[in-house]
Design a binder for this molecule. Structure first.
Ligand code: GLC
Length: 441
């Protein structure tokens, strides 16, 4: 199946018609779902497909340490020593408001925050343990503050939850000790029940790392049943060893062939949690290009910030996201909720599509003429998206040449040219290779 030709809406419909889904992340075929289950997924997922761009937030005791969220494991820090960081995790009140404002200004439509990462510290109030923000130095429910802040900006609310737990005494031995597994699974299920019962409507549950159990050990079917009972509109990812509603390629952009929903999650440097010395920042241009690639292939882009322990956003992340935001002000309609787009060949542009309009996103500006080879559709008109200025063009059966453009790129860091076509734009490179008589003018 060539899903490149499908619009978001079409492939939603198609998902409803497919008999079986192969989950490439888990590489396991999943049995056919009933029509009702499929139709319900289409209903629940609609806003998410339209949303396209979200903010991921990794925040916890590792933020105090400032050396990546895996520091407890990778430096083999004993539990008692690590627990001390709970005494130093005292964020400023309502830090999440700044995250939500920044996310909104960057054109993002939803947020997903770590309610508990692998370290085991709960940012929410729980009856199950004292190892949570309300009962330690912070003395506040940080999930509550987050949820309120996200809603105040009109964004959708997601919660990340790690099944793997390095703090709980049964977190590793549950693999071989049945009594430990039972206790641990009760503990985990109870957390999920709490985060989905105490904060109103939650839009996404983002499971992470199911080590060391498989789906039967986690009782994942029962877990998801509880989730949907508590939150009938929620969507869940595939990291509790069940396929869930969407796949989660990490640090890479890779569309699902089957038309299944996918979301690429990515850091802005090389760490999810705050890492003071990690200076491997992506440029705003790289981030915009990544968002364009996700949008072109019908996926979502979940871009991470790792706030400092006081909740402030690292300056570099702020700078990058503000620049993304300025670009999004006039370009957002070309990427958010766009349709899947088949054209992809160019050495200086990438493409997205909305209906019959092709958006050429020129990231390496070639000068006065921008050319697209192999476009099979007739162009009706072209304009610069940011200024609305008309662009002249000449088209023959092999190429369309957009002419009279400025010598220097008119927009930064990427210039978008909106090209209105007679029908859905498609591109065929082999046609040029085979048919073009190179001696012809
Ligand atoms: C990985 C990492 C984790 C991070 C997550 C985000 O599974 O273990 O630190 O939270 O990916 O996708």
């Amino acid at each position: 199946m060539d899903s490149g030709h499908l619009s978001r809406r079409d492939y939603l419909k198609l998902m409803g018609a497919s008999a079986a889904v192969i989950n490439s992340e888990l590489s396991m075929p999943v049995l056919a779902e009933s029509r009702e289950v499929q139709a319900d997924r289409v209903r629940r997922m609609q806003w998410w497909h339209e949303a396209t761009f979200g903010m991921f937030i990794h925040w916890g005791l590792y933020s105090v340490v400032g050396r990546h969220e895996w520091v407890m494991e990778n430096e083999a820090i004993p539990v008692a020593e690590y627990e001390q960081f709970a005494g130093r995790f005292v964020p400023k009140p309502n830090a999440a408001r700044d995250w939500a404002r920044l996310a909104k200004a960057a054109g993002m439509k939803y947020m997903v925050m770590t309610s508990k990462h692998h370290e085991g510290f709960c940012l929410f109030n729980t009856k199950t343990t004292n190892y949570c923000a309300t009962k330690q130095a912070a003395g506040r429910d940080l999930v509550r503050e987050y949820v309120d802040a996200v809603r105040a900006e009109g964004l959708r609310v997601g919660l990340y939850y790690s099944l793997m737990d390095w703090h709980h005494p049964d977190g590793a031995r549950c693999e071989t000790d049945e009594a430990a597994r039972k206790r641990f699974v009760t503990y985990i299920h109870e957390h999920i029940r709490e985060i989905l019962s105490n904060y109103g409507k939650i839009d996404i549950l983002w499971y992470d790392v199911p080590w060391p159990l498989e789906a039967p050990g986690w009782e994942s079917e029962r877990m998801n049943e509880m989730v949907f009972k508590l939150q009938p509109d929620i969507i869940v990812n595939n990291r509790n060893k069940l396929p869930g509603d969407f796949s989660t390629p990490e640090q890479r952009i890779q569309a699902e062939d089957s038309g299944r929903a996918w979301e690429s999650c990515m850091t802005m440097n090389d760490s999810w949690g705050y890492h003071a010395a990690d200076d491997a920042w992506k440029t705003p241009k790289q981030i915009i290009r990544n968002l364009i690639s996700c949008s072109r292939d019908g996926g979502n882009y979940l871009l991470n910030i790792g706030p400092k322990p006081d909740g402030s956003i690292p300056e570099e992340s702020q700078r990058i996201l503000s620049e993304v935001g300025s670009w999004m002000k006039s370009n957002s309609m070309s990427v958010i909720g766009a349709d899947r787009c088949q054209p992809r060949r160019s050495n200086y542009s990438s493409f997205t599509r909305r209906g019959n309009t092709l958006y050429a996103h020129v990231h390496f500006w070639p000068g006065e003429t921008v050319v697209i080879g192999g476009l099979l559709t007739r162009v009706k008109s072209a304009s610069l998206l940011e200024s609305g200025k008309k662009v002249d063009f000449v088209q023959d059966k092999f190429r369309v040449r957009l002419t009279g453009l400025p010598k220097q790129a008119p927009s930064h860091p990427v210039t978008t040219i909106a090209i209105e076509c007679e029908s859905e734009p498609t591109q065929d490179q082999y046609f040029i290779r085979k048919e073009r008589d190179r001696r012809e003018a």
